[in-house]
Design a protein around this ligand. Structure first.
Ligand code: 5GP
Ligand code: ZN
Length: 112
């Protein structure tokens, strides 16, 4: 999608701090971090939200990448949180499916 900010990041049209990349998934630091480590995992193919990938292999691709990065960061034992926002009530602002991975500190007990 030509006007999608995450497609532009994947294509290097917009700079980002890349953390991980494979055939299907790209991961980079969130520009406005909400935890010590705040990484966004996106599918390389453009889908608008999590509903659009639930019949595909992309969820598996994303979670495999998250597991690899968790080990790289050394948080696979201490823990991490994965969040995806879908739609208005969840506050989704970028309509290219992405998963937030938060780690590196004790996270809030509240999720909403
Ligand atoms: P959402 O609210 O849609 O779940 O999350 C969108 C996330 O994308 C936000 O946490 C926001 O900080 C991040 N974001 C938006 N634009 C950019 C950008 O240009 N670069 C990076 N690295 N993150 C971005
Ligand atoms: Zn996109």
């Amino acid at each position: 999608m030509s006007d999608c900010v995450f497609c532009k990041i994947i294509n290097s049209q917009i700079p980002s701090k890349k953390v991980y990349e494979d055939e299907n998934v790209f991961a980079f630091q969130d520009i406005s971090p909400q935890a010590k480590n705040h990484i966004l995992f996106v599918t390389k193919k453009h889908y608008p939200d999590v509903e659009a990938i639930n019949q595909t292999d992309e969820l598996n691709n994303i979670f495999k990448a998250i597991s690899i990065v968790a080990k790289q960061l050394g948080v696979d034992k201490t823990g991490y949180r994965v969040v995806t926002n879908k739609g208005t009530d969840a506050g989704q602002t970028v309509f290219h499916v992405h998963f937030h991975m938060l780690s590196g500190q004790r996270l809030s007990d509240k999720m909403a």
